[in-house]
Design a protein. Structure first.
Length: 384
């Protein structure tokens, strides 16, 4: 991992020694190695965090940093607790909520093509939306994107419908996700304020499918993975080679979360990618290579908003602006990705959490991942 240093000086010293030994009985003492260059505080911070995660039981930690033309990577731990194969930087992980940024790109492509109006009512694209979910008032596509619809989260009744193992291993279509959400009363007071719900992106994905005539996984492959030549990035389909396995514990038994049936195609949390490919995705997005600059500006949200269209922001103290990206927290996996506005500076970090009982609440480690990532990114400019 990290930066490779040239060992040419060793070969030169050895050659000089050989020549001198042939011409003199006096020996040749090899020169001491050059001093280590100053270690950037960002990399020391990230490696220290990685070491602590492994000590606390995390199976693997993967980190990719890009600063202009310079890159730094770190891979520690194992792909799975069963095989004990070493994890590598190109190994895929579940990226959780980062999936929503990808879905939002496909939504905004439809907007750019004039096929979708953000301020139109959702029921205009999904006639069953009103009859099945019974919203307390009009709901726009924009409100789904920003999690300001108040739509109940389907995962709450999902987990209440049976044992954990039954629910996690049950395939769940987009329509079934919304049908589950309909079993929970819709609180109209939550509309127009940020209230995270996985159901919002189930509805958006269903709109995309209706307008494209393809499954959401196929649309993301066309809009993003093939466009950017991302080999490992996908939603649905077969598990990619070298997958890093995340785990939870249920009644004291360890359970593998690399392919939970309900989540494999979930547009809120189901995507698989690598840390380097996640960086490439966000760089392309923010540099206007997937959408027009005006659309990207709209996705960032207003200056007073920390969350736009599946993009949240963190303070960039290097230029008093912002980093954009998302955290991804899902059973067994935590990922965070930050990219500067011009796409030139990036950090994506993925941790397979120390195995623990599953919960609908945020894993506290995802908050720490964000803090460490932001500190590391800001320290890069201080070192330059």
């Amino acid at each position: 991992m990290g930066i490779r240093r040239d060992n040419a000086w060793k070969r030169i010293a050895a050659a000089i020694c050989t020549v001198l030994l042939l011409t003199s009985s006096a020996g040749c003492i090899e020169e001491p190695p050059p001093p280590e260059p100053d270690r950037l505080p960002a990399f020391t911070l990230l490696e220290s965090f990685s070491a602590r995660m492994l000590e606390e039981g995390a199976p693997a930690v993967l980190i990719a940093v890009r600063d202009g033309g310079n890159t730094w990577t770190h891979a520690a731990g194992v792909r799975s607790l069963e095989s004990r194969e070493p994890a590598t930087i190109t190994d895929p992980v579940r990226v959780g909520g980062i999936t929503e940024s990808m879905v939002a790109v496909s939504v905004m492509k439809l907007v750019e093509e004039g096929k979708l109006d953000l301020d139109a009512q959702v029921s205009g694209y999904l006639p069953e939306f009103g009859t099945v979910l019974h919203p307390p008032g009009p709901v726009s596509v924009r409100q789904l994107l920003t999690h300001e619809s108040g739509l109940p989260d389907f995962s709450v009744p999902l987990l209440a419908s049976g044992s954990w193992e039954e629910t996690m291993n049950r395939p769940l279509s987009l329509a079934q996700q919304l049908a589950l959400a309909a079993t929970v009363p819709w609180d109209g007071r939550l509309a127009r304020i940020f209230d995270y719900s996985r159901s919002n992106y189930a509805a958006l994905a269903l709109i995309v499918e209706r307008l494209r005539g393809q499954g959401i996984g196929q649309v993301l492959a066309e809009d993003i993975a093939r466009t950017l030549d991302l080999k490992a990035t996908r939603l649905g389909g077969s598990q990619p080679t070298g997958m890093v396995h995340g785990y939870v514990t249920v009644e004291g038994m360890r359970r593998d979360m690399s392919t939970p049936a309900w989540q494999v195609e979930a547009p809120s949390t189901g995507a698989v990618s690598t840390v380097e490919e996640t960086n490439r995705f966000y760089a392309a997005l923010l540099q206007g290579r997937l959408l027009s600059p005006d659309t990207v500006t709209a996705m960032k949200g207003g200056y007073s908003q920390y969350y736009g269209f599946a993009l949240r922001r963190w303070n960039n103290t290097c230029n008093n602006r912002f980093y954009y990206g998302l955290p991804g927290d899902t059973d067994g996996y935590g990922t965070v990705s930050l990219t500067s506005e011009d796409g030139s500076k990036q950090l994506t970090m993925a941790v397979t959490y120390p195995p623990a009982p599953p919960t609908l609440e945020l894993n506290p480690l995802i908050l720490e991942l964000q803090d460490v990532a932001q500190e590391a990114m800001n320290s890069l400019c201080e070192a330059n």
